[in-house]
Ligand binder design. Structure first.
Ligand code: ATP
Ligand code: ZN
Length: 284
């Protein structure tokens, strides 16, 4: 059985639970105050923890796998491996200074005080840029540090920038980009490795489905080749005759990123009645 640590409540929790549900793995979530929960249909037990504790538990082998932000993983500096990128909880770690202060570059911070919850990532960044500054480690509400005179700048997580703005700060430099990752212990038994492989198979099927759409359209017979070239699909599009002479229905799969660019050309080629349908799982 695999023990999988996920955040009890916070910005990683909902998407972590959703991922396992979409993989068809059933368990009771931690919102009921439970600390752990056994899946009823997959050989896994879920542990609900604070995200900061997860890399340590995985390193110690208390948990086999865990989900954390790359920011927390790198800051923790624990001996664990990234098993899979998960693509959610995207955010960045940035330097910010009071809005009225001029910014010419990171050298401006030479000899200054910077408040952060990420002393290790910030320290490495400053060292790489040859800047010596005083790092004040604080665990929360970093953004108020300049206004209370604790620091000249902050280094904090940003997603929209609205928290910085409401504290009179401006973002001046992104120093680290983060998303959620599945981390794993370096010493999994063969049995656990086999369960991990089957979990990764499911995660890949869910992620492929999310980035692709099923597309159905009507095409004049003479436009089939031109439209098919724009919709290569997994092998080749399916072409089914319509009852109306001279027309076919063409079915294929398209990557979401290519959709808006290709759809214009597909219509120009003569396609009509274009349907775009979500895919639930996709196995190559
Ligand atoms: P805990 O109580 O578990 O210690 P926390 O308060 O430290 O939680 P959260 O604010 O829930 O952490 O953030 C968890 C992770 O989500 C962060 O480490 C980061 O990777 C990511 N994250 C943080 N802020 C955002 C945001 N605004 N948008 C998206 N992802 C974010
Ligand atoms: Zn935390």
């Amino acid at each position: 059985m695999l023990r999988i640590a996920i955040q009890k409540s916070g910005r990683l929790s909902d998407d972590s639970i959703k991922l396992f549900k979409e993989c068809g793995i059933r368990f009771e979530s931690g919102s009921t105050g439970k600390l752990k929960s056994l899946s009823t249909n997959f050989p896994a037990e879920f542990l609900f923890l604070r995200d900061d504790d997860i890399p340590g538990y995985v390193e110690d082998g208390v948990a086999d796998l865990g989900i954390v932000g790359e920011n927390v993983l790198v800051e923790s500096s624990k001996n664990v491996r990234v098993v899979h990128q998960l693509g959610f909880s995207k955010c960045r770690l940035s330097l910010a200074i009071p809005r009225s202060t001029q910014w010419n570059g990171v050298q401006d911070l030479q000899g200054r005080g910077i408040a952060t919850s990420y002393p290790r990532i910030l320290g490495n960044y400053l060292q790489e840029h040859g800047v010596e500054a005083e790092i004040h480690e604080i665990s929360g509400s970093v953004e108020i540090a300049p206004s209370i005179g604790l620091a000249d700048a902050v280094c904090d997580i940003v997603s929209s920038g609205s928290t910085l703005l409401s504290n009179g700060l401006k973002e001046v430099e992104v120093i680290f980009k983060s998303e959620a990752v599945l981390i794993g212990s370096n010493q999994l038994s063969n049995e656990k490795q086999v369960i991990l492989e089957s979990l990764l198979f499911r995660i890949n099927a869910v992620q492929a489905a999310q980035s692709n759409k099923y597309i159905v359209l009507n095409s004049p017979v003479e436009a089939i080749d031109q439209i098919a070239a724009l919709l290569p699909g997994m092998k080749a599009p399916t072409v089914v005759p319509l009852k109306t002479e001279g027309w076919v229905s063409l079915h294929s799969v398209i990557n979401e990123n290519d959709f808006w660019t290709n759809i214009v050309k597909i219509r120009e080629a003569g396609a009509e009645g274009i349907l775009v349908i979500p895919i639930e799982k996709m196995v190559y």
